[in-house]
Design a binder for this molecule. Sequence first.
Ligand SMILES: [Zn+2]
Length: 244
Amino acid sequence: MFDKNQNVLVVSGHAADYVWRAGGTIAKYIKAGARVKVIVLSLGVRGESNDLWNLPGQSVESVAATRKAESQAAAACLRVTDLEFWDYDDYYMELDDKAKIDRLATVIRTFDPYHIITHGELDLVNPDHDAVHNFVFKASVLAISNGVRIEGTKTTKQTRIFGFEPHQPEICNFKPEVIIDISDSIEQKKAAMNCFKAQAHLIEYYGVRAFVRGNHARRLSGNTTYKYAEAFTRRFPYVGSWLC
Ligand SMILES: [Zn+2]
């Protein structure tokens, strides 16, 4: 059951990851009234901007500016109003750092998300994505630990952590554990994806992926209105008083 008071925190390794892999779900939650915060840890200048670097006259500064503008435009398509860029370096990301983990733990304690959506545990072809998952997991554990004293914050409960579907799911041991219908937000997701001229080759790919997951959603639920979907892993098992 959706509760609009359930805050959702999205942690994206690079400028576009949150759109390819969770854009429909993000737009859906916002439309339903949830508070959604998106943190983009890096702009992906080194690792996820190959199309831009093929253009003449590019510099780190110009690629970074383009990627940030694209991400801001995409977020607007999803109606994201709480978007943060932490401007860490990518390829590779150094996130095993106390100050950085404390920074995210502080966000978790103050924003108090009911769900966190981020990268999954394993991406065989992108070490940054693995690093982000571990970073988020560590911060979520620090956030619940009374002995971790962070000025002006108090401990929270363990947050549910959902993992993005990686780019090549078959070779990343990816198994969908949660499939979310995004039929009502697929047009927003397509508009957001179209903002990323630096990775234009991925736009059709993730449109097809949403279509394929929509097929799975119908097969597993019997709900024929599901046309498009996004799949996620879950770090922790579902816990409740009843089977769900
Ligand atoms: Zn990425």
